[in-house]
Design a binder for this molecule. Structure first.
Ligand code: NAP
Length: 305
């Protein structure tokens, strides 16, 4: 039996682990499929405070993980596949192995949806990206494209327009899911052009990375190559919450609902980071929520055990 089981090893889970362990809890962290979370797929991180010259995403997560272990958290390289939060203690399973905990912190994050292009594995971080805030700076004064028609795409396009010489927003329908105010702001931005109705069917690259995107006009079927240095896929995220179905409250998109900072409806179960926040989705905000969850778990155990 652990005092607290933390599910997920992104900034939220590892920060929760650091706080819970330093607060005296026996802490077990399940690393899941992607140890380190989404930051392990990014390149340089320049907006993590205190690291003056920036740090590579995988390095930051390796440091955070080593810090949690040095303080005394146990990291288990397994995935939680089933939970039962109906009684005390809380029960979890990693395959056949059953684990008991007084408190659980869920920080399983979200996964950016991608287009499924053949080059995604090789060009991610070399022209392809799913995060303008993370990678936009590398495309300063360059021409980039953003794919999508939701609020994320509008936000990414407007963010990139402050840095890049030109932003082309590619959307597959004349109707947008994004709010009117975001669409209007995007249309008014002189640095943003829209290409509708197009989808992206392939990429063009040289040794240094992406040089263009192959677009297909959805009415005519004609394809053309758009010369761009960056292609940002902003077609939504998928919260990694399926294992908590029927156990915890979720919104219509599958994000866990929290109240009073990181509490779920089940006493002793807390949620932190992208699994419970589709708005900010930043390492620093996830870490902040992880700190809150760690401290709330300590208080919960003090009061109930
Ligand atoms: P979203 O609203 O689900 O929009 C996804 C967009 O991607 C849609 O336009 C969709 O096109 C397009 N898309 C999906 N799959 C595609 C594919 N395979 N090829 C081409 N296009 C594809 O996702 P989101 O923009 O990430 O927003 C998610 C939620 O977060 C929303 O509730 C949003 O309001 C919220 N959000 C809010 C803010 C804010 O308030 N500042 C910022 C970001 C997000 P179709 O429309 O044709 O399906």
């Amino acid at each position: 039996m652990s005092d607290v089981v933390i599910i997920g090893t992104g900034p939220a889970g590892l920060t929760a682990a650091i706080y819970a362990t330093r607060g005296g809890l026996k802490t077990t962290v399940f690393a899941g499929m992607q140890h380190g979370g989404q930051l392990t797929t990014t390149t340089e991180i320049e907006n993590w405070p205190g690291v003056r010259d920036g740090i590579m995403g995988p390095q930051l997560m390796a440091d955070m993980s080593a810090q949690a272990e040095r303080i005394g958290a146990e990291i288990v390289y397994e995935e939680i596949t089933k939970v039962d939060f109906s009684g005390k203690p809380l029960r979890l399973w990693a395959g056949d192995k059953e684990i008991h905990a007084k408190a659980v912190i869920i920080s399983t994050g979200a996964t950016a949806r991608t287009l499924g292009l053949p080059s995604e594995n090789t060009l991610m971080g070399r022209g392809l990206s799913t995060c303008a805030t993370c990678d936009g700076f590398f495309y300063k004064n360059k021409r980039v494209a953003v794919v999508g028609g939701g609020d994320s795409a509008m936000e990414e396009a407007n963010y990139l327009a402050k840095l890049c010489s030109e932003v082309i927003l590619i959307h597959r329908r004349p109707v947008f899911r994004a709010s009117n105010i975001m669409v209007e702001r995007t249309k008014k931005n002189p640095r943003i052009k829209m290409m509708i109705p197009y989808d992206v069917v392939d990429t063009v690259a040289d040794a240094s990375g992406l040089t263009g995107a192959v677009l297909r006009h959805l009415d005519t079927g004609k394809t053309e190559t758009l010369a761009v240095d960056g292609l940002f896929m902003a077609i939504g995220h998928r919260p990694n919450s399926s294992v908590f179905k029927d156990q915890l409250e979720m919104d219509e998109n599958g994000y866990l609902k929290v109240h009073n900072f990181t509490e779920t409806k089940v006493p002793g179960v807390f949620a932190a980071g992208d699994i419970a926040d589709h708005v900010f989705r930043q390492a620093i905000t996830a870490a902040g929520m992880g700190c809150q969850a760690g401290m709330q778990a300590i208080r919960y155990i003090e009061e109930h055990y």
